[in-house]
Write a protein that binds this ligand. Structure first.
Ligand code: CA
Length: 401
């Protein structure tokens, strides 16, 4: 039981302990760990000798710490639990706590490469039906490999960053035009953050997820459907995606999710050997999408067809190296029901069935001034919840061309 006031029954108790980077009073960014509604200053804790990580916690990002590997992650986590639960440490540790609402949370790690998958069968089938009606909803490769693409790491931003409506080319009956996107959408996803690098030319196997992956974040892969639809053939997503990708400020360590593993959906046909993960398991993360404060969807991550271990194995099967800070996102999380879809493309069925918000207005895609917040929880020990935090963003008008 933690001595931090209000934290014992919180989804951010000592069973969670997500890491982030915060700024206060114009000082340099510092690594912290969330406990209840407070942040424990880990930079200060390492400076005081309360926790030892070879200086890795005295950095402006999580990268050096994430590069240390599983053994050190576990040691530091155990020590933090000790500091926050044993009464004997209270006098030394309490002065290092900051109320959450008094700090600014910044991007928690320097993003290496960014990959985005497409691993929800419900999402892929919905998109197939919307864009290719009358044809098989899934393309022939979909059940054989986790389809993905390389996104733009430099435009991954922290939750709360305003999202400028992207401008680009879209097709009209009169020919292509350039202008602000008129079909701006979200994609609710889960991102996996790589801690330990791998050498070029070497594969990472399906059994090695916990060796390489440090933790998870929530992701909103903002998507301009009109720009995407015109540009994507034959090479895939480009400017319709690369203008911004938002992530939650807290990286939840994989260790905090040990109670969230569940069997993943059966795969048929059987996958190739390098993708055969035993156990074949996913994470029971429950997402929620709020549009201007109104809950419109609750996507279930447990329904994903391809697992994070399979995604990692596929991402490196060609010998591509992993770097600390690499981020790979799951792809839009959609369950079987309409109120479980992770994009407004699906929620409004291609814009044909608008959503009514409590203020009486209707929406198909995002209007300027709209705010979308994706949040999530996971099952923890003894019925507790693990809070995944939230990723939020507000749309601001396009800049003139
Ligand atoms: Ca996506």
């Amino acid at each position: 039981m933690t001595w931090v006031t209000g934290a014992a029954d919180s989804p951010y108790g000592v069973h969670n302990l997500p890491y982030g980077v915060f700024v206060e009073g114009g000082r340099a960014p510092r690594i912290g760990v969330r406990i209840g509604d407070a942040v424990l200053d880990l930079d200060g804790a390492e400076a005081a000798g309360l926790v030892l990580a070879g200086g890795a916690l005295r950095q402006p990002s999580l990268n050096a710490f994430m590069a240390l590997g599983r053994g050190q992650w576990t040691t530091v986590r155990r020590r933090i639990v000790e500091l926050l639960t044993a009464e004997e440490h209270r006098a030394a540790v309490a002065p290092l706590l900051r109320p959450l609402d008094e700090v600014e949370l910044v991007l928690p790690f320097a993003v290496g490469d960014y990959v985005d998958f497409y691993s929800s069968e419900h999402h892929a089938a919905n998109v197939g039906q919307i864009f290719r009606p009358g044809q098989p909803p899934l393309l022939p490769n979909w059940r054989h490999l986790p389809v993905g693409y390389h996104g733009r790491a430099g435009t991954v931003v922290v939750s709360g960053t305003p999202i400028v409506r992207p401008t680009g080319q879209r097709a009209t009956p009169e020919g292509p035009v350039v202008g602000p996107s008129t079909r701006l959408d979200i994609e609710a996803e889960v991102g996996f953050v790589v801690g330990v690098p791998s050498p070029l030319g070497q594969r990472v196997g399906v059994a090695d997820l916990a060796t390489y992956v440090f933790g998870v974040v929530l992701v909103n892969d903002w998507s301009a459907r009109d720009i995407q639809a015109w540009e994507y053939q034959p090479l895939g997503p480009f400017l319709g995606k690369s203008f911004a990708t938002s992530i939650s400020p807290w990286v939840v360590p994989l260790e905090a999710l040990e109670h969230a593993w569940v069997p993943a959906p059966a795969q048929d046909p059987p996958v190739l050997e390098y993708l055969r993960d035993v156990p074949h398991r996913g994470l029971d993360l429950r997402l929620a999408v709020d549009w201007n404060g109104h809950r419109v969807s609750e996507p279930p991550f447990a329904s994903m067809y391809w697992t994070p271990a399979q995604q990692l194995a596929h991402l490196t099967v060609n010998g591509a190296a992993l770097r600390t800070g690499d981020l790979y996102a799951s792809g839009t999380v959609s369950g079987p029901r309409r109120d479980q879809t992770g994009s407004f493309l699906e929620l409004t069925w291609g814009g044909a069935e608008p959503v009514r918000l409590p203020d009486g207005s209707t929406r198909t895609f995002l209007a300027d001034g709209d705010t979308v917040t994706i949040s999530g929880t996971a099952p923890g020990p003894d019925g507790a919840l693990v809070g995944l935090g939230e990723v939020t963003g507000t749309i601001v008008p396009a800049r003139p061309v």
